[in-house]
Write a new protein. Structure first.
Length: 221
């Protein structure tokens, strides 16, 4: 729009603006920006997906993809850009690194990595789930919560592996870690209704629930 002959607003592509501000060059012809791979996922009925970092750089560490069904979360480490290989050689595009199992009566409602430029921690919102014939009212002590787990687990964050989790192991890779439900880094329990949306910036975490209530959390507190 123009006012008094001077532009007061302008449409800008956010993705291009962000890349230009951070000095990230576009991909060269020798390194295509996108590739397509097919991978078998040992997760039944995935409902949520998260990926970080969106703009990889040398300082951001590993790239990770998280998938979640109602009660199970799988965290994959993405392969780095492969070096030239001989025909027939193949590098798995991602490796199952960690798993998290919620209790039977809880279900995932939203998921996002804590930072856009790092995949070191995953934020998961979950709440009580009513089974067939059960009341939708919360049991005593049950809450709709948001919790943060480290993706770079220390020994204290790893729980006992179950027989079903052992089936996820691949003979070509190390066994995925089973994260402990109690080894979260932070827990936010102020939402009454199930949290359905999560978003992050460099400073804040935004959460919104089914009632329309939104909360903004400062991440360094």
């Amino acid at each position: 729009n123009n006012a008094m002959g001077q532009a007061v607003s302008r449409n800008v592509c956010c993705s291009i603006r962000d890349k230009d501000d951070k000095g990230r060059p576009l991909s060269s012809p020798g390194h295509p920006q996108f590739s397509c791979s097919e991978v078998d996922i040992p997760l039944s009925c995935p409902q949520f997906i998260a990926f970080s970092p969106l703009w990889p750089s040398g300082a951001c560490g590993s790239r990770r993809l998280a998938l979640a069904s109602a009660r199970t979360v799988h965290i994959y480490r993405m392969a780095e850009l492969p070096a030239p290989t001989k025909p027939g050689d193949a590098t798995p595009p991602m490796t199952l690194e960690s798993t998290l199992e919620l209790e039977d009566r809880f279900a995932v409602t939203a998921m996002v990595f804590r930072d856009d430029d790092s995949a070191r921690a995953l934020v998961i919102a979950f709440g009580p789930q009513s089974g067939p014939g059960e009341s939708s009212a919360l049991r005593k002590g049950d809450k709709n919560v948001i919790r943060v787990w480290s993706c770079e687990a220390s020994p204290g964050q790893i729980s006992e592996r179950t027989p079903s989790q052992a089936l996820l192991d691949s003979p070509r890779s190390s066994a995925p870690r089973a994260l402990s439900r109690e080894a979260f880094q932070a827990s936010l329990e102020e939402h009454v209704e199930p949290v359905t949306q999560l978003a992050v910036s460099s400073t804040y975490l935004l959460s919104a629930d089914m009632s329309g209530e939104c909360r903004v959390w400062q991440k360094n507190r």
